[in-house]
Design a protein around this ligand. Sequence first.
Ligand SMILES: *[C@@H]1O[C@H](CO)[C@@H](O)[C@H](O)[C@H]1NC(C)=O
Ligand SMILES: *[C@@H]1O[C@H](CO)[C@@H](O)[C@H](O)[C@H]1NC(C)=O
Ligand SMILES: *[C@@H]1O[C@H](CO)[C@@H](O)[C@H](O)[C@H]1NC(C)=O
Length: 549
Amino acid sequence: MMAHGVLLILLGLLLQPEPGTASYPLLMDLVIKALEDLEQKALATEATPRAFSSLLSVQKTRAHDLFHSFLFERQDLKVIKLGPDSLSPELQGLLERVTQHGVQDGQEHGVVLAPDGSTVAVQPLLAGLEAGLQGRRMVNLPLNSTVFPWDARTISPGLGVASPDVTSPNGEDAWPEANATLPTSVDSLLAITLARDLGLTFLQNTQTQGHPGLGSEGCWDQLSAPQTFTLLEPKASPLTAAFLNGALDGVLLGDYLSRTPEPRPPLSLLLSQYYGGGAGVAREPKLRSNFRRQNAAALTSAATLAQEVLGALLLLQRLEPTHPQLKDTNLGQMTRVARHASKEFTEAFLECPAIHPRCRWGAEPYQGQPTPLKLPLGFLYVHHTYIPAPPCTSFSHCATNMRSMQRYHQKDRGWDDIGYSFVVGSDGYVYEGRGWHKVGAHTLGHNSRGFGVAIVGNYTAELPTETALRAVRDELPRCALRSGYLRPDYKVLGHRQLVNTLCPGEALFNLLRTWPRFASDVKQRAARGASLKRPRDEPRPALLETDSQ
Ligand SMILES: *[C@@H]1O[C@H](CO)[C@@H](O)[C@H](O)[C@H]1NC(C)=O
Ligand SMILES: *[C@@H]1O[C@H](CO)[C@@H](O)[C@H](O)[C@H]1NC(C)=O
Ligand SMILES: *[C@@H]1O[C@H](CO)[C@@H](O)[C@H](O)[C@H]1NC(C)=O
């Protein structure tokens, strides 16, 4: 069979770094540097140079587990083993630290900070790259075993698919195909990056009656030289934002690799294009880490993923009949878990905007005592920042804008905090301001009745990017609705409808009027029950935008 790629195995990765070896900061750029060094070394030993892609295998001495070896017999890969002296002790130490993902005592291990401000687990990323190099493929499940005494083609109603508790708690069945068939194969790429972990984590939580709380964010000890990552929810499940980011990146890049004919680009080049914030992979501006959720949503559907999760659980049970979580689990339970897991993942993570928490952009603390919002709220008020006028298109640019707006609001205006609830960049990210729970200072006289969301830029004559618009129009409200932060009948208003200002700019406001949730009869709405009492953190009747004529 044709070699699909080259697998680099770095020997000695298990060795603990020498005591006293300086620890490199946990940055994606340094992981890429390590890969680059390894690829150079491999190139020097390779007889037919340049015609390969390479991969660092993060093998520990425990052989790859059964699941992995079932999916990847590795027949298609040429293996190059590199000695432990292939990397500097610092880079070797870095790889040692980042190649195993885990959550323990509120800290997350095996994650690095990427240039787009996201935190990424390296293990599922590398797994996806490996799957891509092997050629993404459907692997038949060994379903004819006696472990599966049922008909492997269809699930009869009694076995779970059509049973009443398959429907979601609020009664609607999310799955039109109630007659779904049992999977007979799994997609190697989805199985190794995402499906197995989704299945096992949701199974665990079903068994303990808990809820996995998908996509938990965390804070780095410092952004310039990050070393430890502490989760904001100490009891977070292993399906953190960083894990899911790494898994999505693995899926997207693995898919790209498997579609790319030889000679493939070196992985270090691929990763630097993907994370680097430049032109994107193969000059495809959207194929960047910034847009991983949208790209992954286009690649798979909840229904497909549910089949993959079920397939992964069936395979695991077949391979490890004594697996503690699977040995007493029947097909009906697995089917329910698979559906629930993929629905939650899709609705609570994939289709929600990626929000950088305050610590990520370097926010100063809230000054004083915040007033809690009484949720759910009925309004989303749209703003533009006006100043800064240019849209921010990179994490460093947007984070700098956030800090300068906070400084202005706290120091010059005398407010407790940055005024907005959320700020939307043109880099694919939403930045947390006062968030979902605290009264903001964005729409004078109406701050406790709606969330204030600003898009960085001056939209007097121009429109925001489609990505930024989609975040405000679709993603943020959809997820707020789902979480109970917005009322089902919520309305969207422009700042100028409530306050004497030109904000959110003529061009953006004209577009806003065409949105389905836009409310034009705002004066009446606002008059009904609007509190005239000024929130405590607005010491004077200042208007919020510089264009407050
Ligand atoms: C199950 O399938 C495998 C591979 O397709 C085959 O070798 C084996 O004989 C089958 N076993 C039974 C019990 O049908
Ligand atoms: C379910 O049944 C409907 C109607 O018979 C059919 O159109 C659809 O393709 C079936 N779905 C699956 C997943 O088999
Ligand atoms: C905002 O855009 C308008 C229209 O292009 C322009 O007249 C105005 O000077 C801009 N303001 C700032 C602060 O850039």
